[in-house]
Ligand binder design. Structure first.
Ligand SMILES: Cc1cc2nc3c(=O)[nH]c(=O)nc-3n(C[C@H](O)[C@H](O)[C@H](O)COP(=O)(O)O)c2cc1C
Ligand code: SF4
Ligand code: SF4
Length: 270
């Protein structure tokens, strides 16, 4: 059988978890394709698969707006089956229930969920030298085991109809917060004004290539990058991924950025 996982990853955590799920699926004798949300082209991406995975990081107890927006634009197609995966640092809030609501509108039936605890990439919350910023091996193993088992779940639920699909409840107390906080404006206000150190910036454009909100432009006169404020989602990816540490805000100053040496996933986009 064949699975396709469509994922969003701003600093590589979800990408790694997704790759582990794929490894597990392959180990169980099934096929799996990965597709970064930003590489999605059209509805034909949904042809020829038995199962879909939707995976993203948790942002402000919910789904990153850019991923919600993407899910809302996918076409309504015939009955399809899906699992929902998230990587988060502490609290997954209404992530699963919010994605599930959109998937129901799109005629997907969600058959399983995966939550992977990953290092914190919201830089204002980080503090220097904390070992929690290392991705824990058991969490990646959890993603792998999920991949190994997912087609057994599929067989039980879809083919034998012997199990009820899981319910996706929100954690009480975070749902209200998600309603007011899980949007671009709130997150960029929390982050503050992004400043650039022109002495260390090498004009490499890694920040621009990795901004999922397309909120970075190059100033033609100087060739330095500049944030387009009203487009920014406050995700910190540019701050975390800049190899020179040239980007900062008053809330990230002195905080450890999340740069995972084993993550070489800089994505060059045209
Ligand atoms: C803007 C922002 C908000 C976040 N909010 C939450 C949160 O509410 N709950 C949580 O568990 N993790 C939160 N995190 C942590 C990320 O979900 C976690 O680091 C995730 O693994 C990042 O995945 P990525 O590298 O694929 O983007 C937040 C991270 C960012 C950047
Ligand atoms: S990633 Fe850093 S060094 Fe590269 S262009 Fe952006 S700010 Fe400059
Ligand atoms: S400009 Fe804003 S949205 Fe883009 S990577 Fe930086 S913080 Fe994220």
């Amino acid at each position: 059988m064949k699975c396709k996982i469509i994922y969003l990853s701003l600093t590589g955590n979800t990408k790694r978890a997704t790759e582990k799920v794929k490894e597990g699926i392959n180990k169980s004798g099934h096929e799996c394709e990965l597709l970064e949300m930003r590489d999605f082209t059209n509805a034909s991406e949904f042809n020829g698969f038995d199962l879909f995975g939707f995976m993203a990081p948790v942002h402000a107890f919910g789904v990153p707006t850019i991923f919600t927006r993407f899910l809302k634009t996918i076409p309504r197609i015939n009955e399809k089956y899906a699992f929902i995966g998230a990587t988060g640092a502490t609290n997954f809030g209404s992530f699963f229930s919010n994605i599930n609501k959109i998937l129901i509108e799109k005629r997907f039936t969600s058959i399983a969920k995966l939550s992977v605890y990953a290092p914190q990439t919201y830089t204002p919350l980080n503090s220097p030298g904390n070992e929690k910023y290392i991705y824990k091996e058991p969490e990646l193993q959890k993603a792998y085991n999920f991949g190994i088992n997912i087609f057994n779940e599929y067989n039980e639920i879809v083919l034998k109809k012997s199990k009820n699909p899981p319910k996706f409840t929100q954690i009480i107390g975070t749902s209200l917060f998600s309603m007011i906080a899980n949007n671009d404006t709130s997150l960029r206000m929390l982050l503050g004004t992004i400043k650039i150190n022109k002495e260390t910036c090498t004009k490499c454009k890694i920040c621009l290539d990795n901004c999922a909100w397309n909120a970075i432009e190059i100033v033609s006169k100087t060739s330095f990058p500049k944030r387009i404020k009203n487009k920014c989602g406050g995700c910190c990816a540019c701050i975390n991924l800049c190899p020179e540490g040239a980007l900062w805000t008053s809330s990230t100053k002195g905080k450890e950025r999340y740069y995972e040496p084993s993550y070489k996933g800089y994505t060059k986009r045209s």
